[in-house]
Design a protein. Structure first.
Lengths: 485, 284, 418
């Protein structure tokens, strides 16, 4: 993250485009100045290597080219030509009594068309880069050969993959994994936001198609459903409030707890620490579902509160209108409880991190402060906290983004328990305690409204991106990095 | 003098009492979980904190699979998935971290920026796409598919490990290079042996994933063969309206049994875990 | 898709060659998957074996999977092509399933059913009319009714409440209050709270474009206004003896011991039996006050169906399997082994069924039951509406506010499907 910080967003973007420009230039030069074999490499990727007697490499490149062509013909061509319409043939089925089987026509599945078209585009983009690089590489070989330099044998080439090209060896598999399991799905999500993929247009029995910006229009009040924009603004507000409190309460709580545990006064600190860690070890869906039942309208806590008269007292002062305390079932109450329960879950984890960081706390500063007669609280305020903030600042930003997308806590605590009493919210399938991410999860799971969910997903992304850039830039702006080095 | 000493004693007492109270608050739900798992009643008890009757019967039931629960099988399944996930994820994380931390190459920064951007998207939403990607390769309803989902994108979580590698003195690598060590050897014989804390941290984090996830697992293991479930889906399904009354206590037993190995793991690895996470976070 | 096309060609070629009507057994085994609830697995295994024995000429390879009836839709609609050939589901899911093409129209399979010695009309006649109605979409039957127990009625403790007490909500709540006990019902669910409106003659319906039709903000066929119904509901909810229970928390609350009566279904029979002990009793729902008259509370008549996946290859055999699982003998077994309330008229009429307290109460309530035809947009607004009443957000004196809330409800429910 450090280099991320120093790089800065703008220069990173600029550098990126610069790199692309240079890449195309290299290709142009190579193609223009290359000999006939370099030019032939444009068609037959192995040509240049064959000319330089790198037969194995020529073979590999040829095989790769063949594989890409085969992929294009057998796989990509099934889907990519339909990308513009996302399919036109609706499923039809005829039952054949003689075979007792259903026979289907060769119907289109808009989702598959979209997904596999994108998949093909990504493969082609990769192939395109390799193809251009190949020409450049072959041209370099030609230059080397003309200058009489040594041309690598296959073994030497291979060796370079554990030497200066070791990063390629290291990164290939992880990058493929990320591309297939994160990048392509996210790309798909972005495209779905511009289609009409919803319950009325759900593959495989129906088709969906492109719909332009209409989903974003209805999200911001320009479309048919006015309540959607109403719900969106409120949920966005709570999402930000939640992310702020969830991040800072656990963060500060974790530091306080670790200061408490690591104090010289503490007896058997390891035992105490372990006790707190147990809450991390219980799977979240178990502990959260338990806590939810704990605080349910008819749960134990309510029984106890009723028995000791707390419920009656709260009703008398007008805080509750029901015969129970709506810990997780009324707005306000639920919001506070969710944040408190999140403290319960998050503090032990933050405590572990803070414990480690505070071990490295510059002890001379603390000592001199103590000699100067500073109170523990003053030391905490003016030495411990600034140090923590400096060290874990970037992590704090990441935590904030994680909390914006914190699905588990909200979903497990409120799903099936919380019923909104705000009709405008209900009319857009939202609740006051929803985060954007749980709202869109429910939109897809219960209402199959993928188009709106995707549009919301993009908004969430933009918010996170803006926040991250802003926060990182502010942190660099402080310019206090030298203080602690 | 004596007064001061007693002052100090009482302050220590107070301090530890405060911690004890906090620890108690933190443990209440856990205590409830453990107590409930020893209840003789199979549904949820909402009137009293402690069960009215204690019994081991539900633990016994947990080890006698019926058509609803096959805990021993689920435990094995999850364990196998978790082991493979751990190996692959840890390898991916260390590989990416080394490449981005120690090595310098032109695409380094664009790739890292890309990683930051990808991390900002809500992953929940791409679930359905991930499902269809797996289906294309005929990997739904297979452990291989689940393992790939859990570990495929692990490389994106490289930041903490990279932070840790950043703290390793560059001079060490330079010296090795001058001695003629290949990058691969520096990675495997110098960096890795020095990185025990961060490896432990990565191993624990990725080992926990399959035990906790019920959303992806439910989607990918959708053939309804309950023998193939992971612990998380199995336990989650016990809370279905029609089952909760007869399986809630068994659910608690399952929760306790899953937590025990994880707690032990945490307990043993605590020191490394703290070092790992902070080694990474310090550098940020 | 390529594969399907190729297969279609091969199949039509094969068809042209063979003119025999008989299904050739040498094509290898017919592969089918069947999904049912966790608790039904053993019984389904037995039924599958019987099914195989009933068609000895054909080889089968049938695997059974777990999918609870209440969640079947969610799993199936994620990827209908990967879902089981034959699956059990709750009746309220039928519209979404039909809409997604995940159910076969059984009207096309009359010829197949002849192999089981029946016609589709036989199936329709064998099951209670309500179940067939609920399984019918646009005039076509889409699923076989298997159980008629997915409805609710009143469980009560006869040692606390007398026969007279349970006649109306007013007397019920008064008696419960006097005994220091509570009466529980879920208000925050359109499945439960619609019972008041249905009882007063209001309706819900499904339009052709998938939107829901609802008239609760007007005047019903029986001449009651929606506002008066809501006032009746507020009267119940504001009683100190009333306990509004979250959907899904009912079983816990029954076991909790505070209740002396509760609105729930057969799935809570065991819990109610344990909680009420010797006083365990069940009957139809009470009447409630609308204006100055007593109106019998209606209910949603829910069913469990077995349907065939629209994307099933071996659809002919799948239909036969679905039929077999839901025929009279199988429903008898479901009742004997699983205490599942049958939809088959003959099984329903048997002494054993009428001797079962919960089933008998369900039968009594069935008279006032309505098949709930609603689209997906019904659930959230109606749950919210019920929760508003339960939490006391609406005042019984404020007609205008009640009318406005009803109008907003109707607006949300009738919103176009996206």
């Amino acid at each position: 993250m450090a280099s991320q910080k120093k790089g800065g967003a703008m220069s990173a973007v600029g550098g990126f485009f610069g790199a692309i420009g240079g890449f195309f230039k290299d290709f142009g030069v190579a193609f223009a100045k290359g000999d006939i074999f370099v030019k032939l490499s444009v068609l037959w990727m192995g040509a240049g290597y064959a000319r330089r007697k790198q037969y194995i490499k020529a073979l590999i490149m040829t095989a790769l080219e063949a594989a890409i062509i085969a992929f294009t013909l057998t796989f990509a061509m099934q889907y990519v030509p339909k990308f513009g319409t996302l399919g036109t043939v609706v499923m039809e089925r005829v039952f054949n009594m003689k075979t007792m089987k259903s026979e289907f026509n060769d119907y289109d599945n808009s989702f598959s068309i979209l997904l596999f078209s994108l998949f093909s585009f990504v493969v082609w983009a990769g192939a395109f880069v390799i193809w251009m690089r190949n020409v450049v590489n072959v041209y370099r070989l030609q230059q080397k050969a003309e200058a009489g330099e040594h041309i690598n044998t296959f073994r030497e080439d291979m060796h370079s993959y554990i030497e200066e090209k070791f990063h390629i060896t290291l990164l290939t598999l992880p990058v493929i994994g990320i591309t297939v399991f994160t990048f392509i799905p996210i790309l798909l999500l972005i495209f779905v936001a511009f289609t009409n993929y919803d319950q009325q247009h759900m593959p495989p029995s129906a088709l969906f198609t492109w719909a332009g910006f209409s989903n974003f229009l209805s999200l911001f009040g320009g479309g048919l459903t006015t309540t959607f924009s109403y719900a969106f603004v409120r949920i966005l507000g709570w999402t930000l409030v939640w992310a702020f409190f969830a991040t800072f309460t656990t963060y500060i709580g974790g530091i306080l707890l670790s200061v408490l545990l690591n104090s010289a006064k503490t007896r058997v600190p390891k035992l105490w620490r372990t006790l707190f860690i147990i809450t991390i070890a219980v799977p979240q869906f178990v502990s959260l579902l338990l806590v939810r039942n704990f605080f349910s309208n008819g749960g134990i806590v309510n029984t106890i509160c009723a028995n000791i008269g707390l419920t009656g007292f709260l009703r008398d002062i007008g805080l509750v209108s029901t015969s129970y305390i709506p810990f997780l079932s009324a707005p306000g109450w639920a919001h506070v409880m969710i944040i408190l329960i999140n403290i319960w879950i998050g503090v032990p984890y933050q405590m572990l991190i803070a414990t480690g960081v505070l071990m490295n706390l510059p002890s001379d500063q603390v000592e001199s402060a103590r000699v100067d007669g500073a109170k523990p609280f003053q030391i905490f305020k003016s030495i411990t906290m600034p140090y923590m903030l400096f060290v874990t600042g970037p992590a704090l930003v990441t935590d904030f983004v994680k909390n914006i997308n914190n699905f588990n806590v909200i979903y497990l605590l409120t799903e099936g328990v919380y019923t909104t009493t705000n009709q405008a919210m209900a009319n857009s399938q939202a609740k006051e305690v929803d985060l954007l991410v749980t709202w869109l999860f429910r939109l897809t799971q219960d209402y199959y409204n993928y188009k709106m969910a995707s549009a919301i997903g993009i908004i969430v992304f933009i918010i996170c991106a803006v926040f991250t850039l802003f926060a990182f830039n502010r942190m660099i702006g402080n310019g206090r990095e030298e203080d602690y080095q | 003098m004596k007064k001061m000493k007693s002052n100090r004693t009482s302050s220590i007492l107070l301090h530890n009492a405060l911690i004890a109270v906090l620890a108690f608050i933190w443990l209440i739900p856990i205590i409830w979980l453990v107590c409930t798992s020893f209840s003789a009643y199979s549904g949820m008890n909402t009137s009293t904190f402690f069960p009215k009757e204690w019994s081991l019967i539900h633990y016994q039931k947990l080890f006698q699979p019926d058509t609803v629960q096959q805990f021993p099988r689920w435990f094995m399944n999850t364990f196998i998935i978790a082991c493979f996930t751990t190996v692959i994820s840890t390898a991916f994380v260390l590989m990416v971290a080394y490449a981005t931390s120690v090595m310098r190459f032109p695409m380094r920064k664009p790739l890292m920026n890309m990683g930051v951007i990808l991390n900002l998207f809500p992953g929940m939403l791409s679930m359905i796409a991930v499902y269809f990607v797996l289906k294309t390769f005929n990997l739904t309803n297979s452990y291989a598919g689940l393992i790939m989902v859990y570990s495929g994108s692990a490389g994106l979580g490289y930041l903490i490990a990279k932070g840790f590698f950043d703290t390793i003195p560059r001079a060490l690598c330079e010296a090795a290079r001058i001695d003629g060590c290949s990058e691969a050897r520096i990675f495997s014989q110098i960096i890795i042996p020095m990185s025990r804390p961060i490896i432990v941290y990565t191993v624990i984090s990725s080992f926990l994933g399959p035990w906790m996830d019920f959303v992806f697992a439910k989607m990918i293991l959708n053939a309804g063969i309950s023998e193939n479930y992971t612990v998380a889906i199995g336990l989650y399904k016990m809370l279905d309206k029609s089952l909760i009354n007869s399986y809630f206590t068994i659910f608690c037993c399952g929760g306790v049994l899953v937590s025990i190995p994880i707690s032990v793991l945490f307990f043993i690895m605590q020191k490394f875990y703290v070092e790992g996470v902070t080694g990474g976070a310090v550098k940020g | 898709m390529k594969l399907r096309k190729a297969m279609a060609v091969v199949l039509s070629a094969a068809m042209a060659v063979s003119s025999a009507m008989v299904v050739s057994a040498d094509e290898g085994p017919v592969t089918l998957t069947l999904w049912g609830a966790e608790e039904d697995q053993t019984l389904l295994g037995e039924l599958v074996d019987e099914f195989k024995a009933a068609y000895p000429d054909q080889e089968f390879d049938i695997s059974i999977g777990v999918e609870s009836e209440s969640t079947a839709k969610d799993t199936i609609l994620t990827d209908p092509e990967a879902a089981a050939d034959v699956f059990a589901f709750a009746s309220d899911q039928i519209f979404d399933l039909v809409n997604a093409g995940a159910l076969l129209n059984l009207e096309d399979f009359g010829e197949v059913l002849q192999m089981a010695g029946k016609t589709l009309d036989d199936v329709k006649a064998a099951n209670v009319a309500g179940s067939v109605e609920a399984a019918t979409v646009d005039g076509s039957l889409y699923a076989f009714p298997r159980a008629a127990d997915n409805g609710y009625f009143l469980y009560y403790d006869s040692s606390v409440l007398s026969e007279d007490d349970i006649a109306s909500w007013d007397s019920l709540l008064a008696a419960a209050d006097a005994a220091g006990k509570k009466v529980g019902m879920t208000f925050a669910s359109g499945w439960y709270n619609a019972s008041f409106f249905y009882g007063a003659g209001f309706t819900t319906g499904l339009n052709e474009d998938g939107t829901t039709a609802i008239d609760w903000n007007g005047t019903s066929a029986d001449g009651y206004t929606g506002v008066d119904v809501v006032k009746g509901m507020i009267g119940i909810a504001s009683s100190p003896a009333f306990m509004a229970i979250a959907d899904g928390d009912i079983t816990n609350q029954i076991a909790g011991g505070q209740l002396c009566a509760v609105v729930s279904g057969t799935w809570d029979a065991i819990a109610a039996q344990e909680a009420f002990g010797d006083g365990y009793a069940a009957t139809k729902l009470p009447t409630f006050t609308v204006g100055d008259t007593q109106v019998q509370q209606g209910s949603v008549a829910g069913y469990k169906f077995v349907g065939v996946n629209g994307f099933s290859e071996n659809s002919g055999w799948a239909v036969l399997l679905a039929e077999f699982i839901t025929n009279e003998a199988s429903q008898q077994k479901f009742f004997d082994q699983r205490e599942s309330g049958p939809s088959n008229n003959n099984v329903l009429a048997s002494d054993a069924v009428s001797a079962n307290l919960a089933m008998a109460a369900l039968g009594k309530q069935a008279e006032f039951g309505v098949a709930q035809n609603v689209g997906g947009k019904f659930w959230d607004p109606s749950a919210t509406f019920g929760e508003m009443i339960a939490q006391g957000n609406l005042s019984v004196d404020d007609d205008a506010a009640i009318q406005e809330a009803l109008d907003t409800l109707v607006e949300g429910v009738t919103a176009p499907v996206e």
